[in-house]
Design a protein. Structure first.
Length: 398
């Protein structure tokens, strides 16, 4: 099954290469699709679906039922030049920060839904859907909560009550309007073997049942939303694949004791580290074999740059490695029909989180600091155009 899927994609690529080069080699000729397909492919190459053409990523991805998305910062909605890209290229949006607890409830009992509402309305206005992010995470919690917990104000049971309330309030507000929710985020250790981190803020303060309870409450709060567990290094990024195993074990227990629909693979890559695209595809297939859907949720590929304003790679090879790693992630996603969406964590280097978090690094997005599409964007365009000729249709997302 696996091999068949790969060879279909490879055949599509070979066919395209044959068209581009005139298709003279014997090897290319034997792998070229039958005449009608070849005509369709040739017209895609000649037409707007090819690099330099104008076909949007969302229109190309739509042909195989894949939703292609981006995390959005408020300026991506409010600035015309950003919004043209957000709405033109992507059809699933994740609020980079606007649905996090510290933003929606800055003071206990005082809510600010401005950013979250803006994003949900923006998605509706542009024929897109929303990935809600994220309900239960150790980071970006409101200061009133972390201070009160540090001062011993709440028992474990009271803290669980607060989380339950938070989940029902936020999911209730957007009930029926969110396609996928990241319910729990980043609970697993970066060790081998990996497992739920006993030192995680939630595990320490609310107890080990917190993950199961969060998923139970989330399913009750919005039975229409697809519920995801989201993490990094859970699909081929760490050499041992230990976090994948821990993630699969956690999902299995949630399938038994609560409700989970899918696994979010963040996909934050860095060209200085090794990474296995084959392992990523196999891991996605394994999640799918468990009956789970998969979403690539926060893809970006960073590298060392001259400075954070211009973000020009310092190693000329990085200009090839960066788009290549993006492409390999996209191909792994396209190979498995249970992978229903592919989201990048911001589309432009101009407001990417990378330079602020990784000293000396940047160039992580599909567009540069001046909103010009980079090689990775063109690679996505051509891979998605080719996918229409070989990648399997996505399974239906609810
Ligand atoms: O993009 C977000 C950035 O603006 C925040 O400063 C940062 C704080 O941790 O969170 C970023 O988003 C994170 C996401 O919510 C979870 N996975 C890692 C992302 C990058 O840090």
């Amino acid at each position: 099954m696996t091999m068949r899927r790969r060879s279909v994609l490879a055949a599509g690529a070979a066919g395209a290469a044959a068209v581009l080069t005139g298709g003279t080699s014997a090897a290319a000729a034997t792998r070229t699709p039958a005449t009608p397909d070849r005509r369709r492919l040739a017209s895609a190459v000649a037409g707007s679906a090819w690099p330099g053409g104008s076909a949007s990523l969302r229109s190309l991805a739509d042909k195989v039922g894949l939703r292609i998305g981006s995390a959005l910062y408020p300026e991506d909605i409010s600035t015309a030049s950003h919004s043209a890209i957000a709405s033109g290229q992507f059809d699933v949006y994740t609020p980079a920060n606007e649905m996090k607890w510290e933003v929606v409830e800055p003071e206990q009992g005082t809510f600010d839904w401005t950013g979250a509402d803006n994003l949900v309305n923006y998605a509706k206005a542009h024929g897109a859907v929303v990935r809600g992010h994220c309900l239960c995470w150790h980071s970006q919690l409101p200061a009133w909560l972390t201070t009160d917990v540090a001062n011993g104000k709440y028992t474990q049971a009271q803290l669980l009550d607060l989380l339950e309330q938070h989940i029902f309030t936020e999911m209730g507000r957007y009930r029926g309007k969110i396609w996928q929710w990241d319910v729990c985020n980043e609970f697993l250790t970066d060790t081998s073997p990996s497992g739920v981190d006993p030192n995680n803020w939630w595990i320490v303060n609310a107890g080990p049942e917190v993950i199961t309870k969060a998923f139970q409450w989330a399913h009750e709060a919005d039975p229409f939303a697809l519920l995801f567990y989201n993490d990094y290094n859970n699909a081929g990024e760490d050499g041992t694949n230990a976090k994948f195993r821990a993630c699969a074990a956690l999902a299995e227990s949630l399938q038994k004791n609560a409700h989970i629909d899918g696994i979010g693979i963040q996909g934050h890559l860095d060209t200085q580290y090794g990474w296995s695209p084959e392992q990523m595809r196999e891991d996605i297939e394994s999640y799918a074999a468990m009956g789970l859907k998969v979403a690539v949720t926060e893809a970006d590929v960073r590298t060392f740059v001259n400075n954070s304003a211009d973000q020009v790679p310092t190693d000329s090879l990085a200009q090839f490695a960066q788009p290549f790693e993006y492409q390999e992630m996209l191909k792994a996603a396209l190979a498995v029909p249970e992978c229903i969406s592919f989201t990048v964590w911001g589309f432009t280097d101009e407001n990417s989180w990378v330079p602020g978090s990784f000293k000396g690094e940047g160039y992580a997005c599909l567009y540069d600091v001046n909103l010009r599409p980079k090689a990775a964007y063109s690679a996505f365009q051509s891979d998605l155009a080719l996918a229409a000729f070989g990648a399997p249709q996505r399974v239906a997302g609810r």
